[in-house]
Design a protein around this ligand. Sequence first.
Ligand code: KIV
Length: 284
Amino acid sequence: MSERKKVTLPMLFQKIEDGVPITFLTCYDYPTAFFQEQAGVDMILVGDSLGMTMLGYDSTLPVTMEDMIRHSQAVRRGAPNVWLIGDMPYMSYQPSVETAIRSAGRFMAEAGCDAIKLEGGVKMADRIAGITAAGIPAMGHLGLTPQSVSALGGFRLQGKGAQQAKKIIDDAKALEDAGAFAILLELVPDRLCKLITERAENCFIIGLGSGLDAHGQLLIYHDMFGLYPKFKPRMAKVFGKAGEIILEGLKQYVQEVTGRKFPQPENWFGMPDEEYNELLQMLD
Ligand code: KIV
């Protein structure tokens, strides 16, 4: 077990300066956070995707601030040194700049986050500006933005046509000008991601299903290890079939308990004869 140096924003920008890609994963719980920190992951997102991966909802919309704070606290306890980003849930920032600043402040004060992320472009730039003016680093999120999945027509590629691609470039510029330290591009074509990455001057670009050219990559942890039973998106690579291993282990457990093969003496504690006999006498 090794103690890592605390990741800071200047360290992340230095990596980009040095041409070293940033590693970024979602995480929602203490033990996974511990492993991610040990593995050397730079940044963790406590994503509102936890609504689907951990709570079993069909979308991220039912997720509350209370859900996000509770999970962010657990992740921070497991990974004290990563750059921790709390994902602002649905309606925690859309109503007004003030709502956005108050919600962002909760991630910092109650969960020890280093930054927050919110979805949306030009229309959310004033939220990014307000949050950064309050001293809280803010990350933008463009392309496929799951909180707007209904308006976007489903979980699908964004920015394929020139018009829509230009709009995403304009959105990215607005977020950068508003003070975002980074922008996540989810499910946009690789060429569009490259154009935005090349244009970014004061922020860095993270890709999710958007090609190789971003300054860093994000993956959803549950997709990486086959832990989300409903589907595996094309943008995800499976790095290990943990879901299958867990399912096999669970089936074996059911078999062994049913067949009285578990537990074995090494799994329980005995009682000395004299104590046991004394106990029986007491019961008589
Ligand atoms: O909630 C989340 O995990 C996210 C990713 C889909 C980018 O926002």
